[in-house]
Structures are given as structure tokens and as C-alpha cells.
Write a protein that binds this ligand. Structure first.
Ligand code: SF4
Length: 804
């Protein structure tokens, strides 16, 4: 006889009932049997959601048993990940069931760091009371909102709240706003929505340090594109070169790893440009028809300007470039030849090379290669994703208090002076709070960020916190920052709340994800998006009028209607249905799938995403929206912005420094990266290179054991923080693998486990920004700022090693 698990428990249930009958306790026994059956066959429901462990935006299916979350898997219908997940997705369970989550709102009791539990009503009236009081006194601008890494409508809601309340200080702590194109792309192409790299259709990828297969945008989505690049069959296997100071997991998978001196990626790009031009391997037709500033040119007043071509040929000879970057001349030539002769090819310059002092011009130099090889607007090159047709919001109707508050400049200085090109300048924030410049901050709202742990200026942030009379945190944990707050209003985890996701880096389609709560909240927490609406209602005035929704779900319901009414795209569906639709769409047909918006909304909630695989405006007109309607090697848009900034803010020293010095002239608008002078041996002879691990790219997850267990296979490291050292360098200071070592910079020193690694140049040591438990490189990194992005420079610090 075959005994199934269910049959076994049913048998047990029947036997138990019979025994009870004999004892005359039939009713109780039946109940017991029923309970047992229910326990053995719980009700299983799969709820679609969105993974929030990294910016990838993968679709999840959350398995619930009797309403409790029991497991996670990939949503097979979701176009971003097609059912696949990376290992860190499963840490979401440990986040949900973390015993250290706060049980409910907490208010400061006496000195900072001590708390008492309070109810939500009391907590909300404390926040709304303080915000209303400041607003009534004409001090709404002295409220700052500091937000971390998130996107979609939670960002929209906070932005709208700040505007309706009357503070210009909605400041984001993130290195690359996902809803905006990189500054280099904005300036050279004039685009206003992010570009996407069509990696899966490329035949050759040159990546300057982007952690494509680990911590760059979405590892699952990119891995699937990478698999398409490598596929054999109808086309040759695509190739891939990774430029990186460290042999990262991405570099290991590349056809060629090119080690480079940190911060010199832009110089290498210009060396490759030099070789492409000298060997006439560039796309002459694209350059002639669609670019400006390649050849020498004469301005409207008759002044002569040197073009990109002659500038690069003069300044970036291969021997000069090789000396500066550490990349052999032969390698530079071979990369240029591969790049110039393989189509389609694409050059990726995101994230990895960032954080050097010449970040903007480095990215411009790298992006110039895309123009030289004509990869803009072609499949396998650079595309633009197009906007989601979501229902627009009515503009904020400001009352007098809001209008007055918004007249003030931002506390972080973004958009003015030396930060005239930055949309946020969190690096400058603590010093400005400390010096009350241009005004003191009276209240700080902290959402999805922990600057006292994860920011290079964390000490300055800690001092600044002491100056702020009222701090509210929305963290679900008592972390370094929330423990210094006056009030904590803990957020749900992402498996417990309504949320959307709008991923902007997809090549070939647009996608909107909707997640509904997979389970009831485990603690007395609330979705912060709901709390923002509740605070708005309690604050009253134009704040309440501009945020009239009772719940975030209602807000989402209104916005999503636009997708239903767009007359394109569809709620994701089974592969057979999708294929049929694709065939019809190729023939120009689109038929509505639902009879009403309510039906559409219900289907979206059940399947998890809407997508439009066909609506790509890939025309060059859409991709080249600069003043000249061409790709601009000489960024005239930057010239206009600089002229405006100088007119408005004067030529103060800080602005001049941000612009690269008084004599920069045309070089400011060209992709010109300064070649550093050779340095003599000094007190801190080694360069510190920080990088992002796949397991914890943004720093979260420090309390998820599964993430700490799997951080770095290449050096066999987990749990404990470490530093990667070349064996020769380690021998020079008498250090063996596994020894404790002091890493010291001008700012401070930290003690770490030494991991010997040959995948590096001897003069560089590597520490993950957010690695295992223990000391973090933030204690070493100098508080230097990239003025163009307003963000800290993470890879300019020099260090020395001492055996501990
Ligand atoms: S790539 Fe990111 S979003 Fe996708 S499953 Fe992994 S952690 Fe989640």
C-alpha cells in the first residue's frame, strides 16, 4: 500500500477519533482530528511580490501557508527574472522573521538612546504636532527628509509631501538616482530618462568596472542577458572584457580581465579612443552625421576650438596612457581593435569607475567610446527605455506656508554653488547642519537610510544629529541612526506591504511591478507610505489637500489606471499567451484583455507585473536631444549650465574648484581626464579600493545570516570583515593569510583579517564597502566629495598595512 503524507495524517486523525469515541469524548476528538488534518494540509496561497534585497526588481512568488510566509521563489511570469532568483533573495525570509525587529513605535525616554513603547495614535500626533508647529512659525524649510535607496511611488510620495509641506530639503543618499540618466549621458546626449545597455544582444562588451554579474543594477536580469550573449547557434558567441582593479567574480567570467590603477579608467578610455582614431576603426558615418565636437570647430564669435579627435591624439598617446593606468600598450591596442571591428558592441561605464575625483569626465570619456563605435540607438548597444504610461499626478497646489518654505535654498547646497550639477549633496549635509548654514535644521525624518553606519561622513553625521532637536526614524530596527532618534515609527518589511517597483535599466521593454502584502504584519509596524499619508492628514492645510489618499493602496490604484488606459502592453501572462500576443503585435494588433479597470487591477495583483515589450522609442531623435540634436563630444549643455551657475553664484573659489580650476576652459566641456603626476613613495604607499559585494550591495542585510554566510567565494571569506592583499605586498609587511592586520589611513585605522589574493595589483588593497561583521572601510575613507554628484569619493584614500 502506498502511504502518502496526507493519507498518513488522515489515518492518524481517524484512529484518534475512534479512541476518543470509546472514551466518550467524541466531540473533542473530532475537533482534534480536524486540527490535525488542517495542520497537515494547510491552505497554500502564492502571492506575487517584488524582491527588495537589491535594485534588481525581480518578481517573487511568496508561498504562504494558512496566511504565514513559508517560502520564496521567482515569479515565472515576471519579465525581469523569468522565475530565477539569486541566493540573496532568500534572505527576505530572515528579514521578515528577524527577532530583532521593533515591535511597534518607540519614543525617546529621557536621554537619546533610551526608549519607551507608545501607540501609533500618540506617535502620529507627536510628529504631526511638531511639523505643524514649525510650519505655523514659518520654519517648514528647517525640516529635512533624508531618504536612502528606493524608487517608484515611495519616492514620489515623499517628494510630494516635502513640496506640499514647504521644505526644499528632501535629500537622497544614493550614488546614482535610478530615475535619471547618468550625468554624462544627460550632457552628451541630452536624454532625460535612463539609457539601458542591451547586453544580451551585444557581440562585444567592454565594461569599465561595472559589477555586471554581481552588484550592478540586477544580477539576475544581467546574468540572463549574459547567457544570451554567450549562446552559440544562430550567431557567434559574444565576448566580454572587464576593466577592474580587482579580479572580481565578473572579471573571472570575462574573456579578458584588465587590471587597472584605480581612478584611471577615463584615461584608459581615451587611450582606446586614440587607438580607434589612429587606426581609423571608428564609425565614420555616425561621427560625421550624428556628433558635434569631434573635429576642430569655430564658435559663433569666430573663436577656434580644438575638437575631441585632435585633443585625444595629442594628449592620450598609448605610452602615456599605459604609464598612468598600468595597462600595457599592446592590451590597449587589442581592446581598441576588438571594439572597432565587432558589431554590435557596447561600452559600459556605470558604477565601477565612479568615485574618483574626475568622475564626470571619466564617465564622459567612457561614453565617448559608444559614439566612436556607433552603438547609440542600435540593438546590442545603448537604448532608451521609454516612460511607463502611469496616470499623472496633479501638480501640488501650494499654500502660502509651503510657497514661503520652498523659497529657501536647500540645506545641502545641491543645485547651487559648487554643487550646481548635483540633485542631492548628502556628503555636505552634516557640516552644513553643524554650522547652521544657511539655517539650522529643527527636524529630520530618516527613511531607509542609516548614515551613522553606512556613510563615509558618519562621524560628522553623528555630531550633526546632536544638533537636531527632533529626529524621526522609520527603521524597522534599532540601528545606529534610529537609536539616536526621538521617535521611531517602524516600517513593514517588503513582504508585508503594498508597494510598486519601476525598474529603469531594462533593454527592450518597460515594466511596472505591483506587490500586495503577502502576509499580515508580524509586529505593530505600518507601511511608511501609509504613515506619510496619515501624517499629511494630521498636519492639515495644503499638506492634507495634496495627499488626500487614505492608504497607499488607493494612491497606487489611481496611478496604475494609466497602464490600463494606455492601449498597449499587458499584464504578464503564461508563455503561450505571450507568444500569441507578440505575433499579433508584430502585425500591429493590440486587443484589450480586460473588460474593466477593476478586472485589470485584480489580474495585476495576482500576476505581479505589467509590461510593454514593444514600446521602445529607439530612434536617434529620441536618443540625441542635445542643443545640436547630436551626440556632443563638446558638451554645450554643460557650458550653458556652467555659465548660468557663474552668473547666479559668482566665481567663488568653491565653484571654481568644482569646475576643475580657473584655466580649464574648453577642457571642462570635453571628456578630458587629467593624467596624474607620478607620486614618490610616501607614508601611505597603498591605494584603497572599495567595492560592493553581490550579497550586500547597498549595505543592508547585516543581520541576515544567509547573506553573511555567502559573501566572497574568491577569497573564501564569510562572516568576518577582511582586507584583500597581494601576496608580495603581504610578504613585505610580514603578513600571512589569516593574520590580523591594521589598515591605516590619514583618517583612522581598522583591524581586519588578511586574505591573500593574486587578483590584484600589488600596490592596491581591497575592502568591500559592506562585507562581513567587523570594521568597515568608512573608518578609513577621507570625507572628500565629488562636486558633480554631491557624493563621497570612495576610492581616493591611501593606506598602509601593519601586522596586528
Ligand atoms: S538580483 Fe536582486 S532583486 Fe533579483 S533576486 Fe537577487 S537580490 Fe532579489
Amino acid at each position: 500500500m502506498r502511504v502518502t503524507r496526507r493519507g498518513f495524517f488522515q489515518t492518524v486523525g481517524v484512529a484518534a477519533g475512534a479512541a476518543a469515541l470509546v472514551k466518550g469524548k467524541l466531540a473533542r476528538a473530532e475537533q482534534a482530528g480536524e486540527d490535525l488534518r488542517r495542520w497537515a494540509t494547510p491552505e497554500e496561497v502564492l502571492v506575487p511580490s517584488v524582491c527588495q534585497q537589491c535594485p534588481g526588481g525581480c518578481g517573487l512568488m511568496v508561498r504562504t501557508l494558512d496566511g504565514e510566509v513559508a517560502g520564496l521563489s521567482g515569479n515565472p511570469l515576471h519579465p525581469i527574472n523569468r522565475g530565477a532568483l539569486c541566493p540573496k533573495a532568500f534572505g527576505g525570509l530572515q528579514l521578515l522573521y528577524d527577532p530583532n525587529r521593533l515591535k511597534g513605535p518607540m519614543a525617546r525616554a529621557g536621554e537619546r538612546g533610551r526608549f519607551r513603547s507608545i501607540g501609533w495614535d500618540e506617535a502620529l500626533s507627536m510628529v504631526a504636532g511638531r511639523l505643524s508647529e514649525l510650519r505655523a512659525k514659518g520654519l517648514s524649510h528647517t525640516v529635512a527628509i533624508l531618504g536612502g535607496q528606493y524608487r517608484g511611488y515611495r519616492d514620489t510620495l515623499w517628494k510630494r509631501f516635502a513640496e506640499a509641506y514647504g521644505t526644499p530639503n528632501y535629500i537622497r543618499v544614493r550614488c546614482l538616482p535610478p530615475e535619471k540618466p547618468a550625468l554624462a549621458h544627460q550632457l552628451m546626449q541630452g536624454v532625460t530618462t535612463p539609457l539601458s545597455y542591451d547586453l544580451g544582444e551585444a557581440q562585444f562588451i567592454l565594461s569599465f568596472g561595472a559589477g555586471l554579474l554581481e552588484a550592478w543594477l540586477g544580477p539576475v536580469h544581467v546574468s540572463q542577458a549574459f547567457a544570451r550573449l554567450r549562446r552559440s547557434g544562430e550567431r557567434p558567441r559574444g565576448r566580454f572584457v572587464q576593466v577592474d582593479p580587482r579580479r572580481s567574480p565578473t572579471a573571472v567570467k570575462a574573456d579578458r580581465w584588465v587590471p587597472i590603477v584605480p581612478g584611471t579608467d577615463g584615461i584608459l578610455a581615451l587611450g582606446i579612443a586614440n587607438a580607434l582614431i589612429r587606426e581609423e576603426l571608428y564609425d565614420k558615418e555616425f561621427i560625421e552625421r550624428h556628433t558635434f565636437g569631434f573635429d576642430d570647430w569655430v564658435g559663433q564669435r569666430g573663436e577656434a576650438h580644438e575638437g575631441f579627435k585632435n585633443f585625444v591624439l595629442r594628449e592620450y598617446g598609448l605610452i602615456t596612457v599605459s604609464t598612468a593606468t598600468g595597462v600595457p600598450v599592446r592590451t590597449i591596442l587589442e581592446i581598441a581593435r576588438d571594439l572597432g571591428t565587432t558589431k554590435p558592441a557596447v561600452v559600459v561605464g556605470e558604477r565601477g569607475p565612479a568615485y574618483g575625483p574626475d568622475d564626470l569626465h571619466t564617465r564622459m570619456a567612457i561614453h565617448s567610446l559608444n559614439a566612436l563605435i556607433g552603438s547609440i540607438g542600435v540593438r546590442g548597444g545603448l537604448l532608451i527605455q521609454g516612460e511607463l504610461p502611469l496616470s499623472p499626478l496633479r501638480p501640488v497646489q501650494k499654500d502660502e506656508a509651503a510657497a514661503r518654505g520652498l523659497e529657501h535654498p536647500r540645506i545641502d547646497g545641491a543645485g547651487r554653488g559648487e554643487y550646481f550639477l548635483a540633485s542631492d549633496a548628502p556628503q555636505a549635509l552634516p557640516e552644513r547642519i553643524l554650522s547652521a548654514t544657511p539655517y539650522p535644521i529643527n527636524a529630520l525624518l530618516l527613511f531607509a537610510t542609516n548614515p551613522l553606519a553606512n556613510h563615509p561622513a558618519k562621524e560628522a553625521f553623528a555630531r550633526a544629529f546632536d544638533r537636531i532637536p527632533f529626529i524621526v526614524s522609520f527603521s524597522p530596527f534599532l540601528d545606529e541612526s534610529s537609536s539616536r532618534a526621538d521617535l521611531i515609527l517602524p516600517d513593514h518589511t517588503y513582504l508585508e506591504r503594498w508597494q510598486d517597483d519601476q525598474v529603469t535599466h531594462l533593454a527592450g521593454f518597460t515594466c511596472f511591478s505591483l506587490a500586495r502584502p503577502a502576509a499580515a504584519p508580524l509586529q505593530q509596524t505600518r507601511n511608511t507610505a501609509d504613515v506619510v499619508l496619515q501624517i499629511a492628514t494630521a498636519t492639515g492645510g495644503s499638506v492634507a489637500k495634496n495627499l488626500p489618499w487614505r492608504k497607499f493602496e488607493d494612491f497606487l490604484f489611481e496611478r496604475v489606471r494609466g497602464l490600463y488606459e494606455a492601449g498597449r502592453g499587458y499584464v504578464v501572462s503564461a508563455p503561450a499567451e505571450e507568444s500569441l500576443r507578440k505575433i499579433l503585435e508584430r502585425q500591429g494588433y493590440w486587443t484589450p484583455e480586460f473588460k474593466s479597470y477593476d478586472e485589470f487591477w485584480a489580474a495585476l495583483g495576482k500576476r505581479g507585473a505589467w509590461w510593454d515589450p514593444t514600446g521602445l522609442p529607439v530612434s536617434l531623435e529620441a536618443l540625441l536631444a542635445t542643443p545640436s540634436r547630436k551626440f556632443e563630444f563638446y558638451a554645450s549643455g554643460l557650458k550653458r549650465l556652467v555659465d548660468e551657475a557663474v552668473k547666479r553664484d559668482g566665481t567663488g573659489e568653491a565653484l571654481v574648484q568644482a569646475l576643475g580650476g580657473r584655466d580649464r576652459g574648453d577642457l571642462l566641456y570635453l571628456p578630458a581626464v587629467a593624467i596624474p603626476a607620478a607620486r614618490k613613495p610616501e607614508a601611505f604607499p597603498l591605494r584603497l579600493n572599495t567595492y560592493r559585494l553581490m550579497s550586500r550591495p547597498l549595505g543592508g542585510g547585516g543581520n541576515q545570516p544567509w547573506l553573511l554566510e555567502q559573501p566572497a567565494v574568491h577569497v573564501r571569506a564569510s562572516w568576518e570583515a577582511w582586507v584583500e592583499i597581494h601576496p608580495k605586498t603581504a610578504a613585505g609587511v610580514g603578513v600571512k593569510g589569516g593574520d590580523w592586520v591594521w589598515v591605516e589611513s590619514a583618517k583612522g585605522k581598522i583591524r581586519l583579517k588578511a586574505k591573500l589574493y593574486t587578483g590584484t595589483l600589488p600596490e592596491i588593497v581591497h575592502i568591500p564597502l559592506f562585507g562581513g561583521e567587523g570594521a568597515k572601510p568608512n573608518d578609513l575613507i577621507a570625507n572628500e566629495t565629488d562636486p558633480f554628484r554631491g557624493f563621497g569619493l570612495l576610492n581616493t584614500t591611501r593606506v598602509r598595512l601593519l601586522k596586528a
